[in-house]
Every structure is written in C-alpha cells, then in structure tokens.
Design a binder for this molecule. Structure first.
Ligand SMILES: [Zn+2]
Ligand SMILES: [Zn+2]
Length: 144
C-alpha cells in the first residue's frame, strides 16, 4: 500500500512519524470530530480504510499524541477523548450528566493561565482547567 499524500500525511511526515493509511485516517477522523472517544475514532478510521484493530488505534493515538498532532483530555470519570485542536491553551467544559465536552478559550491565552498561590518552588508550565456543569439539554431536562 503506497502512503497517501494528503495534508494529514504531510503532517505525520513532518512530525517524523511513519505514514500509514490508518494513521492518516485517524488524524482526519479526530480533526473532523469533536472530542471523540477511542471507540468512535476506531469506527471512523474503519469507515475510511477498512478494518483496523482497536490495539492499532490505541497505538496510533499514542504516537500522534506524543508528537503533538492530537490532544488527549481525560475528564474524571469519563473515558479519554481526543481532539485535533492543539497548540493553544484552551480548556473544556464537561456536562456532569451526559458527558458532552465543549471547548472554552483560555481567558489568558497562554499556559499557565492561573497563577498558583504557592508554587512550592516548582517551575509551573500548565494549569489544567476543566469546568463542570450541566449542558443546555441536560439542564432543560432536569428542570422540567
Ligand atoms: Zn448533558
Ligand atoms: Zn477541545
């Protein structure tokens, strides 16, 4: 199978990663989606390139996350989600009821956007912020 030449393939190459059809499909799936979990990503990859094992999807996600092409978020109590919006310090708002995730732009623009009241001598480079609440659909449902 010859490696595809698409923008996603070029980015994989640029990040020093081996380019495979499955990895290209994975990157495209994550970017087209909205904070997808692994199962959803796997089915998106399969829609594009045919059967790919879940293990291969996990390995590719790990490689692409390590290379900074995708970002992994893991709200407490919910499975890991992946997104293609990288390189900024945006945060997430998560619905306590249904688990839907939305992006929230960083108020300060750069990490760490919160100043620790006591840094304990650490050189702090990131504050992980997750806002929790009820999404519009769930708050409508719970008030009726
Ligand atoms: Zn909800
Ligand atoms: Zn996001």
């Amino acid at each position: 199978m010859s490696a595809p030449r698409t923008p996603a393939a070029e980015e994989l190459r640029g990040a020093g990663l081996r380019v495979t059809a499955a990895r290209v499909a994975l990157l495209e799936t994550v970017r087209d989606g909205d904070h997808l979990d692994v199962e959803t990503i796997a089915s998106g990859v399969r829609d594009r390139v045919g059967h790919v094992s879940l293990q291969a999807v996990y390995e590719a996600l790990h490689a692409l996350t390590a290379a900074g092409l995708v970002r992994r978020i893991e709200p407490a109590g919910s499975p890991a989600r992946f997104e293609g919006r990288v390189g900024d310090n945006h945060h997430h708002v998560v619905c306590r009821s249904c688990g839907v995730v939305a992006d929230v732009d960083c108020a300060a623009g750069e990490a760490p956007c919160l100043t620790a009241s006591d840094d304990h001598g650490f050189s702090i480079d990131e504050a992980e912020v997750i806002y929790w609440g009820l999404c519009p659909a769930c708050s409508t449902a719970s008030s009726s």
